[in-house]
Design a protein around this ligand. Structure first.
Ligand SMILES: O=C1C[C@@H](O)[C@H](O)[C@@H](O)C1=O
Ligand SMILES: [Co+2]
Length: 301
């Protein structure tokens, strides 16, 4: 991590979506990285379409950008810790080569994220035995991450077994704080629980990575009424960038500052790039951050 306390990033998901490779396929790596520079962010997370480490490093270096981390879908409950550890070691090796800070982990056993199920009412639940297996497995992965000088940050997620504040409470209580940290995603917890400050205040000491995702409340309510899936909901425009939805990021940001948060805040708003122009939305986010959060004094010429 650089000497700066907070690094601002924007995720590739506004340009291309790993869960739906067909959308935004025309957006190349160079296009994405150059847009990130134009919008004034310091880095990004690795997307599924990113190249091998040496090719990526060259492109980053040319633009003075950094990598925060990358998503890892774990299947600890389904596949067992040995199989998952093998894949995770490779993942961490790549992240180390691109000088990342965090490995984002989300347990995807029984996830309905990529299915047609109603994301508002059909989430899965883990049994007591499954909770034990997941917690032990995450401690193990967290130790591996440490060996690569990375922090494992757990991503609570809609349509998974770790979605609500109670489920995050349980995960935090059952895992070792030395190895398992938390990724706080404003959009996921708001759609899940209708509130984001409770989770933030409860677990602020475990939070080592942040996703700023805003929510269009009217769209969310319509998606809930229509019983849409996760994919249908984001394609309908449920998520957007900070400053364009109903979340008060000043409250979130001030709580992070009060707690002396150090690390990345990554703007992450999955939308259909053919509807929401990725650079236009990146610029909306940057303007909101500068004018409402950082309160940069304007230079008068
Ligand atoms: O961090 C994230 C990564 C995506 O793959 C996921 O679906 C998205 O909602 C998210 O928050
Ligand atoms: Co996220």
């Amino acid at each position: 991590m650089a000497d700066q306390e907070i690094l601002w990033g924007i995720a590739p998901i506004g340009w291309r979506n790993d869960d739906m490779p067909e959308i935004g396929a025309e957006n190349t790596l160079s296009h994405l990285l150059s847009d990130i520079v134009v919008a004034g962010f310091q880095g990004t997370e690795v997307g599924g379409f990113f190249p091998e480490a040496n090719v990526l490093n060259k492109e980053l270096q040319l633009r003075n950008l950094k990598i925060a981390g990358q998503w890892f879908s774990s299947f600890i409950i389904r596949d067992g810790i040995d199989a998952v550890s093998e894949a995770f070691i490779k993942h961490c090796g790549y992240l180390k080569e691109v000088n990342a800070d965090v490995a984002v982990v989300s347990e995807q056993t029984y996830s309905i994220q990529s299915t047609a199920k109603n994301v508002f009412s059909e989430k899965p639940y883990f049994s007591n035995e499954e909770w034990e297996k997941l917690s032990a497995g995450l401690n193990n992965l967290g130790k591996i991450a440490e060996e690569y000088n990375l922090k494992l940050v757990y991503h609570h997620h809609l349509g998974t077994g770790v979605q609500t504040v109670e489920e995050v409470d349980r995960l935090m209580a059952n895992t070792d704080p030395r190895y398992v940290h938390l990724l706080f995603d404003t959009g996921h917890i708001y759609v899940s629980d209708g509130d984001y400050m409770t989770l933030l205040n409860k677990h602020i000491d475990r939070i080592k990575h942040v996703h700023f995702k805003d929510v269009r409340r009217d769209v969310m309510e319509q998606c809930r009424k229509d019983g849409l899936s996760f994919r249908q909901s984001f394609l309908s425009g449920m998520f957007t960038v900070p400053g364009d939805g109903c979340i008060d990021f000043t409250e979130v940001y001030n709580a992070l500052l009060d707690d002396e948060y150090k690390g990345w805040i990554v703007v992450e708003a999955e939308q259909d790039p053919s509807i929401a122009h990725p650079l236009e939305y990146a610029l909306i986010a940057r303007r909101y951050i500068d004018e409402k959060l950082i309160l940069k004094p304007k230079i008068i010429k």
